[in-house]
Write a protein that binds this ligand. Structure first.
Ligand code: NAI
Ligand code: MG
Length: 492
């Protein structure tokens, strides 16, 4: 199936930053503690990183508050703020090879994806929002009486941002870009699995001229550093991406201070293939929609509904494609599938594969760990999956595709919507009417028609139901970092 794991490593990037960034200075954690970040392809330690906790979070929040209130950022001319964000995007572009390699080293994603997907999307997101900086406008409102009434959109304040490990840099961009554009200041806690690229980006932000204290980064663990950020009384908002179970804890912890919350959570997204579609395009889209990023995507098309009349042909084609994926060293440009991010994720995925087999689903390809070093899992496809099996209901977050045959549109709409999640969905058909009907009836924040994983900084992204609260990207993503103020003046 696959090439050798760990062929020669090309251009292992240098790790430049492993400390906390607080108030524009690189510092150790107050406790002096560090934690190891691991290369998931080799299981070796890449670097020891400073481990922040509540005491460091407190210092970071104070720095962010001071930077917000004293105004080097929130009161800067909006167009100049935009220019500094453009400058950060330019610096990322100048260092794209280094950043792509660092991302692949720490996360395990193939370098071809870091280069062609993650980094270009990061740069595009910063530039998209930079252009918004001087276009955040209010309205004038014709209220009753002799009054002049208008609204302003003001920066929300100090934003606490907690991100996962699946797209470490892209999640930084999705969080920083709208917050910076709105004039907010930031305390970010990157995921403990993947802190390195965020720290390097923070170094570039300083180099770009973003003032000290505007961006603070505190690596550490969720229940310590993360929870301290959520509970801190001087943080105005928490933006979180990750697991729904974590979001419930965050919502409870945020209740005491009534923080603004935006959540981007998990999914079990339906990908629906009708018999009248371009079948080869649907096969390619289904493979990409699930196996991209080792299956570690919140919007992974993990429930693949295939119309009965083309089911057999479809399964044969996608199984062949999955088996042809090239597993190996993420820094090798030939590699199309890297390791899972850590041992816990690999074990979780393998346990779901076991559950699928035990429940009687038919494994048509894969089904095991790949190799014995590194957290690799074979591209795995289960056919004849039924709706109640755990592989059809739970977010596996790995390279495991469940195929579910269906008979007609009524049936597939009901089954596709029979989930607490509602992040994304896709439909493959050549019938325009069917496409529109499906787009109308599927309960999800994003519906792709004859495509999958098409992302753009201008297009809002987020979940219906338990897949999230609020939206990121686009104008909606920016609005979530602002407060709306109404000003009413008596003109009598
Ligand atoms: P997680 O939700 O626990 O971690 C995400 C972030 O939240 C990390 O920075 C973590 O340190 C932080 N965190 C954890 N507990 C916290 C707490 N009590 N307070 C504040 N912050 C906290 O996700 P994890 O454990 O890394 O992955 C578990 C599963 O979650 C995956 O298998 C996958 O199913 C899902 N997941 C979904 C993601 C998505 O993009 N929707 C991303 C990552 C994971
Ligand atoms: Mg967790």
């Amino acid at each position: 199936m696959a090439t050798e794991i760990l062929d020669t490593v090309a251009d292992t990037p240098q790790v430049r930053q492993t400390q906390l960034l607080i108030d524009g200075k690189w510092v150790d954690a107050i406790s002096g503690k560090t934690f190891a970040t691991i290369n998931p392809a080799t299981e070796e330690v890449i670097a020891e990183v400073a481990e922040g906790d509540a005491a460091d979070i407190d210092l970071a929040v104070k720095a962010a508050r001071k930077a917000f209130e004293s105004g080097p950022w929130s009161k800067m001319d909006a167009r100049d703020r935009g220019r500094l964000i453009y400058r950060l995007a330019d610096l990322i572009e100048e260092n794209i090879e280094e950043l792509a390699a660092l991302e692949s080293l720490d996360n395990g994603k193939p370098i071809r994806d870091s280069r062609a997907a993650d980094l270009p999307l990061v740069i595009d997101c910063l530039r998209y929002y930079a252009g918004w900086a001087d276009k955040i406008e209010g309205t004038t409102i014709p209220i009753r009486g002799n009054h002049f009434c208008y609204t302003r959109r003001e920066p929300l304040g100090v934003a606490g941002q907690i991100i996962p490990w699946n797209f470490p840099l892209l999640m930084v961009a999705w969080k920083w870009a709208p917050a910076l554009t709105a004039g907010c200041t930031i305390v970010m806690k990157p995921a403990e699995q993947t802190p390195l690229s965020c720290l390097r980006l923070a170094e570039l932000a300083l180099e770009a001229g973003i003032p000290p204290g505007v961006i603070n980064v505190v690596p550490g663990y969720g229940p310590t550093a993360g929870a301290a950020l959520v509970k801190h009384p001087d943080v105005d908002k928490i933006a979180f991406t990750g697991e729904d179970a974590t979001a419930k804890i965050i919502m409870a912890d945020a209740a005491a201070t009534l923080k603004r919350l935006t959540f981007e959570l998990g999914g079990k997204s339906p990908n629906v293939v009708f018999a009248d579609c371009d079948l080869d395009a649907a096969v390619a889209g289904a493979e990409f929609g699930l196996f991209f990023n080792q299956g570690q995507c919140c919007c992974a098309g993990s429930r693949l509904f295939v119309e009965e009349s083309v089911h057999e042909e479809f399964v044969a084609k996608i199984a062949a494609k999955a088996a042809a994926r090239k597993l190996g060293n993420p820094l090798n440009p030939e590699t199309t599938q890297g390791p899972q991010v850590d041992q816990a994720q690999m074990e979780k995925i393998l346990s779901y594969i076991q559950k699928g087999t035990d429940a009687g689903a038919k494994c048509v390809t894969g089904g095991s760990r790949f190799g014995s070093k590194g957290y690799f899992v074979e591209p795995t496809i289960f056919d004849h999956v039924t709706d109640e099996m755990s592989i059809a209901t739970d977010e596996i977050f790995g390279p495991v595709l469940s195929i579910l045959p269906f008979k007609n549109m009524e049936e597939v709409v009901a089954r596709a919507n029979n989930t607490h999640f509602g992040l994304a969905a896709a439909v493959w058909t050549s019938d325009v009417k069917k496409a529109h009907l499906m787009a109308d009836r599927i309960k999800a924040g994003t519906v792709w028609v004859n495509c999958y994983d098409v992302f753009d900084a201008a297009a809002p992204f987020g979940g219906f139901k338990r897949s999230g609260i609020g939206r990121e990207l686009g104008a909606a993503g920016l609005a979530s970092y602002t407060e709306l103020k109404t000003v009413t003046m008596n003109l009598d």
